[in-house]
Design a protein around this ligand. Structure first.
Ligand SMILES: [Zn+2]
Length: 298
């Protein structure tokens, strides 16, 4: 039996617990950081092409070709209307001539057609790495701020747009990036685990290129990780196999494990070129999958 004195002490103690533990939690729930975790996350396929499996998955058998998707990932803040694009795809004629992509549309057109997002509505573009199939389309979006790792930029692109190191950036894209930088539209990110936009955090260590990055997005369904080419296919993640094109396979495998940890589940890690993304997630238009919704799940 609890005495009257003890009962009032218990009430007092409970109030203290509320004040010091629960109240801050309640406040945090309505803080700007929590409000910002309201992104719609989509994958938009703008082309596809057959490609050698052994160039995607380390140790895979030589010979088989698999269909790979070329994708951009729009993140739409339901509150502010901010539209952040993860990667920008490609459109220059020379890439179309040499790669002969199937069902090609410009990434800007795919975005407009599939989601009704006009190019000038894209406010930010996060370039995961400077390869042509992810970076070339950056100048299709006239108002976007371009976010890229400083180490990636400085390693591959010179002050006058010259190519400083092989295997990272196409010459025309290096010129484009130098021009965007001169126009004040490039923001260089200083390393790993940085929240560059409320609710959007970037990570390095994937080692697809010198400082390739991947992106964590807060959604009401948990954190979604856009791996881009730091994991090409679900097969990389499921079989714990490094990507075939990496500067450091050990670092790449560690990054893949970290992606799953950040997302809390491999189901919320989105590989860079796997067409199965468009089967696993519901289609909202042809070639457009909804990965997470800003609206709370019922
Ligand atoms: Zn790629």
């Amino acid at each position: 039996m609890v005495s009257a004195v003890n009962a009032s002490f218990v009430t007092f103690a409970l109030r203290l617990i509320f004040a010091f533990c629960l109240l801050p939690l309640a406040l945090a729930a309505s803080s700007p950081a929590a409000q910002s975790s309201r992104y719609d996350v989509f994958a938009v396929r703008f082309a596809h092409v057959p490609y050698g499996l052994s160039s995607l998955v380390a140790g895979a058998e030589r010979g088989p070709q698999v269909d790979i998707a070329f994708t951009v990932w729009p993140l739409r803040d339901a509150t502010s209307g901010r539209v952040v694009l993860v990667d920008a795809g490609f459109y220059r004629q020379k890439f179309i001539a040499s790669w002969k992509p199937l069902d090609f549309q410009r990434p800007s057109e795919a975005l407009q057609k599939g989601l009704g997002i006009a190019p000038e509505r894209v406010t930010d573009i996060i370039i995961t790495h400077s390869h042509w199939d992810h970076a070339d389309g950056a100048d299709l979006f006239p108002k976007a701020t371009i976010w890229i790792q400083k180490e990636e930029f400085d390693h591959y692109i010179g002050a006058n747009g010259e190519v400083l190191a092989r295997g990272g950036v196409d010459a025309d894209d290096a010129t484009m990036f130098a021009g965007l930088k001169a126009a004040g539209r490039v923001k260089l990110i200083d390393g790993d685990n940085k929240e560059i936009i409320p609710g959007i955090r970037v990570y390095t260590g994937g080692k697809h290129t010198f400082a390739s990055q991947y992106v964590g997005v807060a959604t009401t369904q948990g954190t979604v990780v856009i791996a881009s080419d730091n994991a090409y296919l679900y097969r990389n993640l499921d079989e714990k196999r490094a990507i075939a094109q990496t500067l450091d396979a050990t670092s790449n495998l560690a990054a893949q494990a970290r992606m799953i940890e950040i997302a809390g589940s491999s189901e919320r890690v989105i590989p860079g070129h796997d067409p199965a993304v468009f089967d696993r997630f519901p289609a909202v238009a042809p070639g457009v999958a909804r990965i997470a919704s800003a609206a709370k799940a019922p």
